[in-house]
Design a protein around this ligand. Sequence first.
Ligand code: URA
Length: 240
Amino acid sequence: MLVRLQKIIADAGITSRRKAEELILQGRVAVNGQAVTELGSKADPARDHVKVDGKLLRRATRLLYLLLNKPVGYVSTVSDPQRRPTVISLVKNIKERVYPVGRLDFHSSGLILLTSDGELANLLMSRAAAIPRTYHAKLESQPKREDLARLEQGIVLDGQRTAPAKIRVVADREKPWYEITLIEGRYHQVRRMFERIGCPVVKLKRARIAFLTDDGLGPGRYRHLSPAEVERLKNWKAKK
Ligand code: URA
C-alpha cells in the first residue's frame, strides 16, 4: 500500500510529520536509493527501502495483545487451506498483524491470546513458563475416580508423560462437566486424556489462561490486555 513519505517517516518514530516534510525538502530522504524531494511522494512501507540521512527506517510495529473468546467453528491459525473462518477474521480495525499464541481446536471454544509480540508468544508457549490453562470439558460419561487420579499424575501420550494436571468436577450430571488445568499444551491434549480413560469430551472450552478469564467477554469478542496484564504475563515465570 502506498503511503505518503512524511507519514512513513513519522510512523517510524523518527520525527513529526511536519518535520519529516522538512527533511524531504532538504533532500535528506531517499527511496530505494533515489533522493526524493517532492512533498507528495509516496512509498510502500512494506516493500520500499526508505532512508533518512542514509539510515534505513525500520517500521515501528505496535505491540498488540488481545484476548479473544473463540467460538466453536473457527480455526486458530492465520489462514486455512480449507477456507474455514479464522480467529484473525474476528479482529476488526487493527492494521498490525497479530498471531494466535498456541492453538485451540476448531471444535473447541474459549480463550486464546493474539499478539504481534513474537517474543512474548514464544515465552508463553515455552515449557519453562508452564502457564496454566484451565478447560471446562463436558464428558460423554462418568469417569472413575481412580482414572481421574491417573490423569492428574500423568499418562503417556506420544511416548511422553504428561505434566501433573488438576481436575475437579464442576457439574455432576449424567454427562458431567469437569475442570482440568494443564501447564503444557500438547496436540488435542484434553480430548486425548479423557479419551484414554474411556470418557470422550463432547464439549470443550478454555476458561482461563494464567489469571485471564472470559469475564464479560462474549463468544467472538476480544479485548486489549492492559499494560499491567502484559507485565504480569511477562513476569509469570519469575513469580511462580
Ligand atoms: N486440548 C484439546 O483437546 N483441544 C484444545 O483445543 C486445547 C486443549
